[in-house]
Write a protein that binds this ligand. Structure first.
Ligand SMILES: Nc1ncnc2c1ncn2[C@@H]1O[C@H](COP(=O)(O)OP(=O)(O)OP(=O)(O)O)[C@@H](O)[C@H]1O
Ligand SMILES: [Mg+2]
Length: 362
């Protein structure tokens, strides 16, 4: 018993995993020993033991931190996700929360997640949400910035971060993960780079479930299929559709109808851009006394004006949004017609056109 306790203290996470595996292997033949071994390890015990260990790694030369550490209690919002992504994220959370039970039964919970998708659709936000749900700090390593420095140093830095995350429970986010693939085009340092990529991939293979490894990239297509296969869970985030854009707007306090109207005309916009537009419109209300709904509708119109769009199409969208702004203020169709100096039929048509587009959805 004390042998196991001492060993776990010295060996940290990697050894703890072995003790757990050992316990599950011998459970059938020697339940007593299995019980003794299992009692020496446990997420809580290991966590408090390890939290007293080293501080986050720093660059050897500059002594600047290599990672950004955000504590487990950082306030976070739940990202809006598509059905597939949401189901997978819930599975990750469920498995991680049941680590002990799964390991006792001889299974390993999800250890690694690869998220790919365009900028501003919630990859970082999802990593943060996972950390929050698992009550772990989020440790972020930006591979793009670390890979841009001298490679010999890069290798040491990346290894230091990976080792740190393997002994300190956390969600480790390897951001801009495609940077490890991109540098292959550069023929200087090839040997060193290959070694580093091998180390990273090997580390993913041997990753201990103590921490959750999350890799994020905007360029999933640059990664080898062999890299994709190494991750337990892979997620493809895409640009939000009409319904999701409207959902985000509603979540940020935009009225139902206007949210749907703006959602309909902002095809191609990311969650991040839409969120910033809401913030900017709120600031305009404070600084310029501009009504929030008008400021937001003006933004939507500015991003919707495509070069190929005819003047009449643009004019129609402008009118539709204006009608929705008024309608959102509880004005009747007649009142709207009057203030906008258009016919009652035109107002009704605008509302109908909009309702049709909402029903069809995207
Ligand atoms: N799925 C989402 N649900 C709700 N809000 C979102 C979502 N995605 C992005 N946002 C908003 O946009 C901001 C930026 O998103 P985030 O940093 O997660 O994007 P990203 O996919 O990591 O982009 P990048 O590839 O540029 O790193 C978030 O803080 C949030 O306000
Ligand atoms: Mg990000």
């Amino acid at each position: 018993m004390s042998l196991f306790q001492d060993a776990v203290k010295v060996g940290g996470a990697a050894l703890e995993m072995r003790v757990r595996r050992f316990a599950s292997l011998i459970r059938a033949t020697d339940p007593e020993l299995a019980q003794a071994a299992a009692s020496c390890v446990g997420a809580g015990a290991t966590r408090s033991l390890l939290s007293t260990m080293r501080t986050p790694p720093v660059d050897g030369d500059t002594k600047l931190p290599l990672v950004r550490v955000e504590p487990a209690d950082t306030p976070r919002q739940e990202p809006l996700l598509g059905t597939i992504e949401r189901t997978e994220i819930q599975r990750v959370i469920r498995e991680r929360q049941a680590t002990d039970r799964l390991m006792e039964a001889g299974y390993t919970p999800v250890r690694s997640v690869l998220m790919s998708g365009p900028p501003g659709v919630g990859k970082t936000m999802t990593a943060g949400w996972l950390a929050k749900q698992l009550d772990l700090p989020l440790v972020t390593l930006d591979l793009a910035s670390v890979m841009s420095s001298y490679l010999g140093k890069t290798g040491a830095n990346v290894r230091a971060v990976l080792n740190h995350a393997q002994t300190h429970p956390c969600v480790l986010l390897l951001d801009e993960f495609d940077s490890i693939a991109k540098r292959r085009d550069d023929d200087s340092d090839v040997g060193e780079l290959k070694r580093l990529v091998t180390v990273i991939l090997q580390t993913i293979d041997d990753w201990s479930p103590l921490s959750l490894l999350v890799a994020a990239t905007n360029h999933g297509e640059l990664l080898d299929p062999a890299v994709w296969r190494r991750f337990d869970v892979t997620l493809n985030f895409s640009l939000p559709g009409h319904a999701q854009r409207a959902q985000l707007l509603r979540a940020h306090g935009v009225g139902e109808e206007l949210a749907d109207g703006i959602g309909a005309v902002t095809e191609g916009q990311t969650f991040s851009v839409i969120f910033r537009a809401v913030e900017s419109a709120r600031k305009q209300t404070i600084l310029e006394d501009k009504p929030f709904d008008e400021a937001l509708a003006a933004w939507a119109l500015s991003v919707t004006a495509k070069p190929a769009q005819s003047a009449s199409q643009y004019e129609r969208q402008r009118r539709d949004l204006q009608v929705l702004v008024h309608h959102g203020r509880q004005m009747s169709a007649r009142e709207i017609a009057e203030v906008m100096d258009i016919s009652h039929t035109t107002v009704i048509r605008s509302l109908n056109r909009f309702h049709r587009s909402v029903n069809v959805g995207t």
